[in-house]
Design a protein around this ligand. Structure first.
Ligand code: NAD
Length: 488
């Protein structure tokens, strides 16, 4: 009998899921809810023993899963997707308790999206047709074969959805997987294992090893029997994983941090820009894609800031389970102190607080939406990812200056551009360094489109065929013309 806890009335296993079975470790780590600091669970803390067992199980299960082909896997993965959809409210409640994200957002957005991820990639894999390339003496046939065993590591700010973004294409392509959930929000991925099993995903195809990043994560990425490592998390952790992957020459995909610019030109729809600027505080700013560096044309700066202030004043801070709440807590005390440290140092450097800058009145891990002006583009606050509700405000006189400021970080995840000029978009779409450029919009993601970061925001692209390119071995079969019976 697996050890379980009740989270918001939902039973969640606190153990690993290896080879179709719940497995406990003697060592445990504690999951604490950022909503009120209450203890949620003592969870098995895996290490080398558990990750080795999970990778071995995945290796054993691989041939049969791969042999099913996309059409054999499709009905199983569709059931998996449906199971997620049927349990949206439960999954959302567990995720909110675990990471403090807004419950309504998880119900309306994150969890249905997770189900869609699984279904979308299962159906897309059916279109992984053999491509033919003719040449004078041979016929070339290009296949996408599953790579083998994939390690999938995700962060705490959206663990369930972000994990399905990897699980979907990995399984659909015929790989088997070992998931390492984030230790600050490990519970929703435990439920994912139950839903996968109920869908009929065979033992060993989908495994979960819980644990601390430096222990379970490090042991997993050092395993020399992995074929792929797909990681979403911080740039600093990516460097450590990259070194481990270099030892075994395991291909990695990295979705990392950001310090994205949000540019507003004098010809923009300022009401829309202001509403979208307020959205940058979403999930208490714990969003990799957030446009944290606001860059505004001098001539409209005051007007835009007033409109943004009105929009931000409507963001109710509070318990993320309440319908009216727009801003929940930061994830841990250590992270809260880190965010506050950035703000305090920026003020010491000479930044001015336009609004916020301190703990919210309700205390705990809640921080006010903050806007800092008078910042230098080279200061820490302009260069490093805060991952909290903290934005900076800078003005520019010319498009050239705006572009220079926008590209002036080591990150390149996203850029937001608000303008009504097609000519401006045509110029800046070529010169802004970002994996995603949103023009007069934000956070609109098409699954078939590529997603990823430039510079230190990532390596590789996920989404649509880009995901399959990563999770597959692309093989060219060159057959001498006329050499096979029945061949012309
Ligand atoms: P993190 O790097 O601390 O942890 C991410 C995951 O890596 C966790 O599961 C953790 O347990 C694991 N990990 C930690 N050390 C490890 C090691 N040595 N070996 C293997 N695994 C290890 O990041 P976080 O604090 O959980 O998440 C926040 C970061 O994630 C931010 O930088 C954010 O921008 C980024 N992020 C990026 C995207 C994207 O799509 N680009 C999406 C969400 C979050």
């Amino acid at each position: 009998m697996s050890s379980t806890v009740q989270i918001a009335g939902i039973e969640v296993s606190t153990e690993h899921f290896i080879n179709g079975k719940r497995v406990a470790s003697e060592r445990k780590f504690t999951s604490i809810s950022p909503i009120d600091g209450s203890k949620l669970a003592e969870i098995s803390a895996g290490g080398k023993v558990e990750t080795d067992a999970a990778v071995a199980a995945a290796r054993n299960a691989f041939p049969a899963w791969a042999a099913l082909g996309p059409e054999g896997r499709l009905p199983i993965l569709k059931r998996f997707s449906k199971n997620i959809l049927d349990n949206v409210e439960k999954l959302a409640a567990v995720e909110t308790a675990d990471n403090g994200s807004i419950l309504a957002g998880n119900i309306m957005g994150g969890m249905p999206r997770a189900a869609h991820n699984i279904q979308f990639f299962a159906e897309s894999a059916m279109k992984l047709n053999v491509q033919e390339i003719d040449s004078p003496t041979v016929n070339n046939f290009v296949r996408h074969d599953p790579a083998g065993v994939a390690a999938l590591i995700s962060p705490w700010n959206g663990p369930f959805m972000l994990t399905t973004w990897k699980v979907g294409p990995a399984l659909a392509a015929g790989n088997t997987v070992v998931v390492k959930p984030p230790e600050w929000a490990p519970l929703s991925c435990s439920l994912m294992a139950d839903l996968a099993q109920e869908a009929g995903i065979p033992a060993g195809v989908f495994n979960v090893v819980q644990g601390i990043g430096e222990e379970a994560g490090a042991a997993l990425v050092s395993n020399d029997d992995l074929d792929r490592i797909s990681f979403t998390g911080s740039t600093d952790t990516a460097r450590i994983i990259g070194k481990a992957a270099a030892e075994t020459l395991t291909p990695t995909s990295m979705e990392l941090g950001g310090k994205s610019p949000f540019l507003v030109f004098e010809d923009a729809d300022l009401d829309k820009a202001a509403q979208t600027l307020a959205m940058q505080y979403m999930n208490a700013g714990q969003v990799c894609l957030a446009g944290t560096r606001i860059l505004v044309a001098e001539s409209i700066a005051d007007e835009l800031q007033n409109k943004m202030k009105t929009a931000v004043s409507k963001l109710t801070i509070g318990d993320p389970r309440e319908k009216t709440t727009r801003l929940g807590p930061l994830i841990t005390q250590a992270h809260f102190d880190r965010v506050k440290g950035f703000v305090d140092r920026a003020i010491a450097d000479g930044a001015q607080i336009v609004w916020g800058g301190k703990s919210a009145e309700r205390g705990g891990l809640y921080f006010e939406p903050t806007l800092l002006s008078g910042v230098d583009p080279e200061w820490e606050i302009s260069q490093k990812e805060v991952f909290g509700p903290v934005l900076t405000w800078q003005t520019f006189a010319t498009e050239e200056e705006a572009l220079k400021l926008a590209n002036n970080t080591r990150y390149g995840l996203a850029a937001m551009l608000f303008t009504q000029s097609q000519e401006r978009v045509a110029r800046l779409e070529r010169t802004l360094v970002a994996g995603t450029l949103w023009v007069n919009c934000f956070f609109v993601r098409e699954l078939a489109a590529p997603f990823g970061g430039c510079k230190q925001s990532g390596i590789g692209r996920e989404g649509g065929m880009w995901s399959f390119d990563f999770f597959c071995d692309v093989k060219n079969i060159a057959i001498a013309k006329g050499s096979l019976s029945g061949d012309e």
